[in-house]
Design a protein around this ligand. Structure first.
Ligand code: FAD
Length: 299
């Protein structure tokens, strides 16, 4: 009998050998040995203490919408907060939400109550934890503009840290340099607005996304961060990679900074395509594109 599995089951709902392909929007990735769904902070605290004691690797995954997982087994524990850490409440214009909440649902909740600020996030298929970690954004706004403070679990304690302490930058935050910290929740400061105007803006943006992004295919959103002065898609277009395919992975015809899982893509197909794009752009333009998509569980 697998003793870690038995111990984890005492603390939380636990699954074995769930493919990461089922936990990511790209639909790529080998099995995770264990996946846990803690019900509350006590259960999460117990799990983290045990994993640290036993030296077991772990990874918290939100909607998996920014991850390129390898096809290998992840011999550790995936922690999912999107089953139970999903409470949120408004107190006037302050929205407090647990890390597993869907940011799309929160954007719609805010709109219905006439609060503005999350319109930019209404098409990002992600959790509150994931968008905070990434400082996700669109249309010149990002989470940094609305976050007032973040509830962080670190060194065995939970504490609120301020927006300034999160060190937000373009798709970066302090959490990226502290992979052992866990985001438990976020307090956001929204602004009173007009329901119809907010709804119209969100509708327009949804239509723009549907027209410009391959939402009918599995992807992890934009593959590369935009370098200064020129968007990544222009560089990819210039090197003639629209529609370029390796194995089952393909540069989207609709949005060239998306690589889609066209047909049972292997993780290596995706990575090889991304590497080729990177190297070609470096050679031709001297620009060292940085991946926005995060590689996870690569040796
Ligand atoms: C169709 C599509 C459109 C997209 N559009 C946009 C866009 O407009 N703008 C944009 O910025 N991004 C966009 N993305 C990318 C992606 O949605 C974001 O990067 C998002 O922030 C990832 O959130 P997630 O919950 O899925 O996190 P995951 O992908 O599951 O995880 C990302 C990272 O966050 C960490 N993490 C997650 N939760 C926690 C937590 N509670 N505590 C600590 N760390 C945590 C994970 O360990 C991982 O390192 C898009 C993706 C897709 C597929």
């Amino acid at each position: 009998m697998d003793s870690l599995y038995t111990e984890l089951q005492k603390l939380a709902e636990t699954d074995k050998d769930v493919p990461l392909a089922r936990m990511t929007t790209l639909r790529i990735g080998g099995p995770a040995r264990y996946t846990v769904y803690p019900q509350n902070e006590l259960s999460l605290d117990g799990i983290l203490r045990m994993l640290k004691r036993e030296n077991v690797p772990y990874k918290v995954i939100g909607k998996g919408s920014n991850l390129l997982c390898s096809d290998d087994e992840f011999a550790g524990v995936v922690i999912r907060l999107d089953r139970y850490f999903t409470s949120s409440f408004f107190r006037d214009d302050i929205l407090t939400a647990q890390a597993g909440c869907s940011i799309i649902s929160l954007a719609y909740d805010a709109m219905k109550l006439g609060y503005s600020g999350l319109e930019f996030a209404s098409g990002i298929p992600a959790t509150v934890g994931g968008v905070t970690f990434m400082n996700a954004g669109a249309y010149r706004s990002s989470m940094a503009d609305v976050i007032e403070s973040v509830l962080v679990y670190r060194d065995g304690n939970s504490e609120w840290i301020s927006n300034a302490e999160c060190e937000f930058g373009y798709r970066t935050s302090i959490f990226q340099s502290h992979p052992d910290w866990l985001i438990l929740g976020v307090r956001m400061h929204l602004k009173p607005g007009n329901v119809n105007e907010i709804r119209e803006l969100m509708d327009n943006r949804r239509q723009r996304r549907m027209a410009s992004q391959p939402l009918d295919k599995p992807s992890a959103g934009s593959v590369f961060r935009n370098p200064e002065n020129i968007p990544a898609w222009k560089l990819i277009e210039n090197i003639g990679y629209r529609g370029k395919r390796i194995g089952g992975a393909m540069v989207s015809e609709k949005h060239v900074n998306f690589i889609v899982n066209e047909d049972h893509a292997k993780a290596k197909d995706f990575l090889q395509l991304a590497d080729e794009i990177h190297d070609e752009i470096l050679e031709r333009y001297g620009i060292d594109l940085k991946m926005e998509v995060e590689k996870f569980n690569w040796k």
